[in-house]
Design a protein around this ligand. Structure first.
Ligand code: 13P
Length: 333
């Protein structure tokens, strides 16, 4: 295993002032996004939309990497250039989502386990050839009074570590994504406790399976009040609790933590990241972003499926990327 190369890539993904664009929506998810702007989810429309994002002038100033869906990694731009080349020419690192989705966990109603380990070694070998230099696998955890179960936490930790080890074997940096969902009426206290338990389990498995920490990244949720909780923690509290939780659980050898936005508004996701990076305390890792919705909501709406809106879509994307790039150093105002 070439750990030097893995570590270089991991560091480049969290370079100062930069973060990741998650553009790896599966077919059903991108259809949902396109439905919201009344655009059909055809192969060409998906290509046009994503090509618009990747060709945004100067995006590479704030975007270090982009996570692609299988289709996009193989797709060509309208002029025939592979999209991977378009991304590389912008100074951005191509990545790939490799999980096959969260499926019902047998015997545990309301809970999910992420599948996709079978044949993953072979898929990684092909993805490496196609140009992917980092990868993503997402596990999800629902909070209720009784959930997540110990079983859900254990099986997803195991799968995340197995994925991460296979990814590194192929020379690809694994982004480990355990997402504690913000849906529900739980308190911020409960979110912090659950996130701590989940991350402890993930890093125990990662140690057990010998994953190289320096050549990996973590993509967690922030510690937030449940969406339907009457009392909502403010940005300062979210920042303080999130960093406290991560300090208790994430080894300092991990070079960076790139948050998901998870249904926060784009402005909220930026403010929370900024607040964390403004905290006056030492942190061993970079704190950056790997946002999907928080980077794409504005450009998706500005574009609305019309070629005439291409510049407006790129402008909207650039503004979100810049805001979050500034938030990685606490410089967003
Ligand atoms: P959101 O930022 O929309 O949560 O998407 C990030 C992601 O990649 C989820 O897996």
């Amino acid at each position: 295993m070439n750990t030097d190369k893995l570590q270089q890539t991991a560091k480049a993904l969290v370079a100062d002032g930069k973060g990741i664009l998650a553009a790896d929506e599966s077919a059903p998810t991108i259809k949902k996004r396109f439905d919201s702007i009344q655009v059909d989810s055809t192969e060409d429309n998906r290509r046009d939309y994503r090509e618009m994002l990747f060709r945004t002038p100067d995006a590479g100033k704030y975007v270090s990497g982009v996570i692609l869906y299988d289709e996009t990694l193989r797709q060509k731009a309208a002029d025939g250039t592979p999209l991977v080349k378009v991304i590389e020419s912008a100074g951005i690192i191509p990545g790939i989502k490799v999980d096959m989705g969260a499926k019902d966990l047998v015997g545990h109603p309301g809970e999910k386990v992420t599948e996709g380990l079978d044949g993953l070694r072979e898929r990684f070998a092909e993805y490496a050839k196609l140009g992917a230099r980092f990868a993503k696998w997402r596990a999800v955890y629902t909070i209720t009074d009784d959930l997540p179960s110990a079983a859900c936490i254990a099986v997803n930790a195991h799968a995340l570590a197995r994925y991460a080890a296979l990814s590194q074997e192929a020379g690809i940096v694994p982004i480990v994504e355990p997402e504690v969902l913000m849906d529900g009426s739980h308190t911020v206290d409960r979110c912090e406790a659950v996130t701590e338990a989940v991350l402890n389990a993930v890093y125990a498995e990662i140690a057990l399976q010998g994953v190289n920490l320096e050549g990996s990244l973590l993509k967690p949720n922030m510690v937030l009040s449940g969406k339907d909780c009457a009392e909502q923690a403010g940005a300062e509290e979210v920042a303080r609790r999130t960093v406290r939780c991560l300090k208790r659980t994430v080894p300092s050898a991990v070079p960076g933590i790139v948050f998901l936005s998870g249904g926060q508004s784009d402005e909220q996701a930026t403010l929370h990241l900024n607040a964390m990076n403004k905290l006056d305390e030492l942190r061993p890792w970079k704190l950056s972003f790997s946002y999907g919705r928080a980077l794409q909501a504005a450009p998706l709406k500005a574009w609305s499926g019309k070629a005439a809106n291409l510049k407006a879509g790129q402008q909207a994307f650039f503004e979100r990327a810049k805001a979050n790039g500034l938030a990685t150093t606490g410089a967003y105002a």
